[in-house]
Each structure stands twice: as C-alpha cells, then as structure tokens.
Design a protein around this ligand. Sequence first.
Ligand SMILES: *Cc1c(COP(=O)(O)O)cnc(C)c1O
Length: 704
Amino acid sequence: MDRAEIRSDLDALAANLRWAWHQPTQTLFEQLAPDGWEAAQRDPSVVVGQLGDEGLDAVASDASLCERIGHLRAGLDAYLAARDTWFDRSGGDRRRSVTYLSAEFGLVDRLKTYSGGLGVLAGDHLRSASDLGLPLVAVGLAYRDGYFRQQLDADGQQHALPATNDFDALAAELVTDEHGAPVTVEVPNGDGPVRIQAWRVEVGRVTLYLLDTDLDGNSLHARAITGQLYGGDQDTRLRQELVLGVGGLRLLQALGIEPDVVHLNEGHAALAGLERLGVHRRAGKPLDQALASVRRELVFTTHTPVPAGHDAFAWDLAAHHLRPLSDHLDLAFEGLWDLATYQGHGPWNQTILALRLAGEVNGVARLHGRVTRQMWAHLWPDRPVEQLPIEHITNGVHPATWVGPDVAAVLHDQVGEGWEHDVDPARFDALTTVDRHRLWQARRAARQYLVEVVRGRLAAQAERTGAQTDGRGLDPDALTIGFARRFATYKRGTLLARDVDRLAAIVGDDERPVQLVIAGKAHPQDLAGQQLIRELVELSRDPRLAGRLVFVEDYDLSLASALVAGCDVWLNTPLRPNEASGTSGMKAAMNGGLNLSVLDGWWDEAVADLAPHSEHGIGWVIGGSDQWEDRHAQDDRDADALYRLLADELVPTFHDRDVDGLPQRWLTMMIDAMRLLTPRFSTHRMVADYAERYGLLARGCTAD
Ligand SMILES: *Cc1c(COP(=O)(O)O)cnc(C)c1O
C-alpha cells in the first residue's frame, strides 16, 4: 500500500463515528496517535492530521499494520453495505423511514452536542438503530458552544468553561448540493426568516444532520440561535426549537427525505408536529383529518416528571414567534394556543402540544409511564387514568459502547461472538458457568484502570488549584463505589454525607477498604446544585475519610466509561419517583457492577421482574416504594438504610474471600446482574420496541 491508499483508508475509518463502538478500530487509532490518544483529543481525525506524510510513510512500510488497516476498512464497508440486518430479517420495509429529532446527541467527547442523560440516550439510540439496520435519519443542532467544561477551584466552587465545537475540524461535513453550494432552508420567526445550513455526521449506517444558523445573510441575532446548548433566555430557546422542529423537517424535505414516522425525543422538537400539520393542510385536508394524519406519524418520548423539564413559553413570546407559522398553517394562532395549553390557560407547553399531536406517547420506564399518566390526566378528563394513551418503553444502553474491554473479552468468550447485539436472555445464561477467576481478574483490571484515570485527573486538578487531593489514597483492591450524575437537587447527591461519622466508620476500616468516586456537573444557574458540589469537595478533605472519597471534575463520556466499568457499586439516591429512568446504572450492571439504588426509574422494574430469578439478588434497594410527605424524615430514613446496607451487607460480602481470594457470594450476584440485566436493558431491545411502535416491521416480529 502507498501513502495515498493508507490515507484514504484511515480517513474513511475516522470519518464514520462507528470507530467509537468498534473496539479494534479505536485501538488502531490509539496506537497510531504519535503523541498519544489524549493529546489527539481521543479523535481519529486528529490522529490522521498529526501523522502527516512522514507518519503515513512509516505506516506504509509496515506490512502487518497495512493489512490490519485494509481489513478494518473492508469491515466498515461491509457493515455499511449489509442487507441482512436485524431489520431486514424482521420483515422491515426499507422504503419507509424514521426521522429522529433531539436537542442533544452524546456521541463522542469531542462533539459537544450533549449535556447529560438525554443526549447519551439519543447517542445510544442511533448506535443501536445503526447496528439493527433501522432506516433512521437523525436531526439535532450544531451548537457552536456545547454544554460547559467543569473546573473546580480549591473551595469546590464550580467554574463553567466554554466547550466550543469547531465543525470544520470535526468529523462533520457541510451538506452541499451538486454544485457544491450549501443546502439551506428557511424558517420564519417573529424577527423575520432565519436561514439554516446543516452538517452531516455519519454514525455507522445512520446519518445525523446538525442544523446551523451561524451563516452569512442571517442577522447576528439569528446567527446566535445555535450558539449554545441550553444557553440564552426563553426567546433563544423557543427559536432553537423552531429551528429543530420546523427547520429539521424542511431540511430533510430539501434533501428529498419524506418521513413516515417522526420521533420526538423530548418536547424540544414538538413544533415538528405543526410542520407536518402544515404539509397535510397544504395537501387540502381539513383540520381534523390533517390532525389525524399527524397522529399517525408522530411518536413522542417524554423524559421527566420534574416540571422544570417541560418547556413552557408565555403568550407574548409564543405569539411573537409562532404567528408566522400559524399563517402558514392557515390556522389562527389562538387555535395553536389551544393545542399547546390546558383549556387555554397558559403558558404554551411543548409537552402538551406533543401529547396532543402524537399517536404514540411513551415514558421511559414502567413506573415513569404510570407517573406520566397521572401527571397529564387532566388533559383527558373523561378517561380513567389507566386508559390514557400514554405507555412506556424502558430505556437502555448500547452494550458495545459501555462494556469495558476487559469484561467485554469475557462476555465474548463465554456468551459468544455477537453477544453485544443479542437480546435473547437464554444466551446470557452461559454466564452461570463463567470462569470466576477470570471474571474477577477482568474486574480488577477495570478497577485498576479507573484508579489510574482518577489519579491522573486529580493530579491535574491539584496542580491547578493547589488543593491536596491527589488520589494517592485510592486502592485498586478496595470496594469502589461510584456516584456520577447531574447535581439536580432531586438526585440527593449529598444523601451519603448525611452522617459523616457513620460514613467515616464504613470507609475508614483498613482491613476492609472502601472508596467513593464522585463526579457530576450542576447547571450554571443551579446554585443549590453547585452548593452540593462544594459540600462534597469539602468532605473529600475531611481527615476522617482519609482520602477515600474523591470528587473528579468534568464528568464526560470518557470519564463515565471508566467509572461504569471500574466501580463495584453504582449508587443512586433520587427522591422517588423523580428519576424517570436513569441509565448509568444499566451501564454499570453490564460491566458487573452492582446497583445500590432507591427503587426508582429502571431499577424499580429490574428488581420486580428479574431479582426473583437470582440466587442472592442482583443488587440492593435503598428504602422502600413509599413516598413521604416529610422530605427531611424521608432523607433520614433513606440515609439510615444506605449506611445499614453498606455496613451490614456490601462491605462484608465484598471482603469475604475464599481460599483463592474470590468473593464467591459477590461474584454470584455480579454474574446474575450481568446475565439478567444485559439483554433486557440493551438499547437494541429498546430500539426494537420502538421499531414495533413505528409500525415499520412485518406484524408479530420483535427483537431476536
Ligand atoms: C449515562 C450517562 C448519563 C446518564 O446517567 P443517569 O443514570 O441518567 O444519571 C449522564 N452523563 C453521562 C456522561 C453518561 O454517560
């Protein structure tokens, strides 16, 4: 192979984000990075740039390396061309297509188009849709600034640094027509029309279009619409949602893509329903028929019972920006207002609009489906609450993305080739006879790697702030408990610190070491959340805890990967029933981590349905399923339950070793958790469930 061929193969492998879940491809780029993977910002396109002609010549002179690259390139081409995917085998109709709209996509660290769980879920949805062969096109926004990077000063005060996306330098290409000119579409709003261009990102077999208003010809005000993820005021937010919902469908139309199904991932994209209404109105349908047609097309997933998570806009703002759209629909704005409000009482609510326009509405776990029906029961006053048209499809995570390399190797050998695409529970029963020594070794390797990552990050933190938390106290053999999530108050990030003496007694036992690794961001406007972070950073300096509790800054995808793979226990303490699903606990479980969680979100149904199939359980439940009026008393009760479980069950079980040094009872729980939870909480199962709702499959087919 010559330099040009090598370059073309590497460019092709770097240009498709499948590298991020195809371990051999990622390993190749890690090894090729001249100054290391971190220095290349964990991005293959940076690696190719850094190699230069000289580096490529060196690669070209290494025959076995050339063969490996050629093999990976051929593998990618075969993956992209496959016509025997799960979708094909399930009788799926390729002439029909799904448009998936989301304000966030968490795909790779360098593409900062996500803030947290919603975006990571959307990323996993695309990865599974790709693997399953679903004909899905995704649309999001090309934020110039993503969610912030978090730095903590010596006092634990959070500082928000910009997280800028440079789309020219990313694995994204401007969408152009046959003459090379950017394809643009226009969306009206109260300040005049806004032009939109788009960047194309390839995610395996799925294409993601990111919409961008930062182009010549737009006013500065319009250029700023896609300036920042969840940045700006209500006015910016509404204009972002116009771009996403209305602009997204217009862009696809300009590209000749007519959706059969439009999936709204959260209410941010609800205005897409109005754009579809306009299409049916222009085709001459009266309003009721046009609405019925929209209902047949729209699928809506709602993601939170927390009121602040539902976008709402006052009359003046909504009227200002949406009147031009209402003219276009040949429907007075007052008529739209009725669709998006409860009996005309404001504010405009995107969730209400989506509930009214979508024929399929889903919560993200069984309990959340129930809570969502109660939450919106007033919209259907003549129906009993259990008969509301709101169901659930429980979230999942993408196994190939989240299972670390050490445990993945065990799963490969024990469950077999293709384990990461399989959702047949029977196949995972093979784990009951796994070589326990080998599995424990893999767990230790993942824990050791986590300790290294955390030490590295803490050293950088300490160097910058002069603080004395360098992670030297961390131990690769200690029972390692992880708590990483957004610091929203309902998640109760400081519950574990309610009684520091009790906590210190648990982690301070040198015979049975325990350590806690904590990470997470608070929204820059959430002062209460930032206060929780300060309290935890302060706690990490408490001599009673002897360096065994650390707070690592800047929780992102790569830190999440190391944490969910390396922690033995994944702690989750929300105030039930506010955690609609949660997904990080699923990631931990697939890696052999055990959940220690309040009975909320996905864990509620996991415990009810799957724990009965295990010998010693699949994890632990903090507290019960009751909800107390007195928040303070409930926090006391739950903290007490947490300390009891740690002291009486977790620590003794983890440190109870047989003659070979294996914690047999702990291993049995781990194996049962991996075996029972991996197929059930895979996004392959979730996306297959959605495919059925979308109506794209031959009847009667579900995931195999
Ligand atoms: C998985 C993940 C989340 C979502 O986790 P929750 O359990 O919903 O809190 C958030 N952020 C990152 C970086 C993740 O990987």
